[in-house]
Design a protein around this ligand. Structure first.
Ligand SMILES: [Zn+2]
Ligand SMILES: [Zn+2]
Length: 289
């Protein structure tokens, strides 16, 4: 059997004075270890997802921890049967996660980080707690913490416009989470800025939680921004149903009609029947081209 590929997800908000120099140096490191994936670099820090053999990802982690300012980078690790990224890229961005807030929030004023065990305990001990999913609708749809409410975005950039919808929860504990934590750093800082007092964020996000508490409060699959699209985060995956025939399944695909490009849960049978499209209409459109 082929060796499994390790996939690392990580971020760090730290001032990078010269992103261009950092980019060049980091690309060399990725190539040296034969890693694929993408690392975003900005003056505010780095955000990356890379894949490689177990050995090379371990080397990369050690290398990263030796870079001044990065000794405490927290890596979230999952496995894949093959590289979920095709290229090796390091890109310079204005923000490491596009929120549109750039210099309008300070992540030093973010919500309190909770370890998975603390997050779990707070949900169990305080029934007034609001669990808030900061991810997009298509991510929430395929898996989420039990009882979580969704921020309601198609793109993270939209979240600031949604915050006032949650004003009634201002006196309550808000426990927010995302995939690996990078979005909640900014989102929790913004909520605090808007007068929410008790804001907490799940350290390391769903990835970290499910590693420690598999088959627990997280139900369904976790969406990933790589070719896997979904990773089964929990055996309690009953939330996942084929959107065509409603049978239980755990695969997510992009409609093959590029003009549609809809992400939808689809079983193998329906994928074959509809040729990878989300509907007969979409399939007919491709035939007609
Ligand atoms: Zn189906
Ligand atoms: Zn379609």
């Amino acid at each position: 059997m082929a060796e499994l590929i390790s996939v690392l997800l990580f971020y760090k908000y730290v001032r990078i004075k010269n992103p261009e120099a950092f980019r060049e140096e980091h690309l060399k490191i990725l190539n040296e270890f034969n890693l694929k994936g993408r690392v975003l670099v900005a003056e505010e820090g780095i955000n990356g997802a890379v894949s490689g053999t177990k050995e090379s990802t371990e080397q990369y982690k050690r290398c990263m921890h030796s870079i001044p300012g990065f000794s405490d980078v927290h890596f979230k690790e999952t496995e894949a049967k093959s590289h979920p990224f095709r290229k090796t890229q390091v890109k310079i961005k204005k923000e490491i996660v596009a929120s549109g807030l750039y210099d309008k929030v300070d992540v030093n004023d973010a919500g309190i980080h909770l370890e998975p065990a603390e997050f779990r305990k707070m949900i169990e001990d305080d029934e007034d707690t609001v669990v808030l999913d900061m991810r997009n609708d298509y991510e929430y749809k395929v898996g989420r913490f039990r009882g979580a409410v969704q921020i309601g975005t198609e793109n993270f950039r939209e979240f600031t416009a949604k915050v006032s919808h949650f004003d009634e929860f201002k006196g309550r504990n808000i426990l927010m989470y995302c995939t690996g934590g990078v979005r909640c750093e900014k989102a929790s800082a913004y909520f605090r800025q808007k007068g929410f007092k008790n804001v907490f964020q799940l350290k390391g996000g769903i990835m970290n939680y499910c590693r420690q508490f598999p088959d627990d409060l997280f139900e369904g699959a976790c969406f990933t921004f790589d070719s896997r699209l979904l990773i089964p985060a929990s055996k309690n995956s009953k939330v996942l149903k084929c959107e065509i025939c409603s049978s239980e399944c755990d695969s997510y695909i992009n409609c093959r009609n590029v003009h549609c490009d809809k992400l939808f849960v689809c079983c193998d049978g329906c994928r074959r029947k509809l040729g990878g499209c989300c509907s007969e209409g979409c399939g007919a459109e491709i035939e007609g081209i």
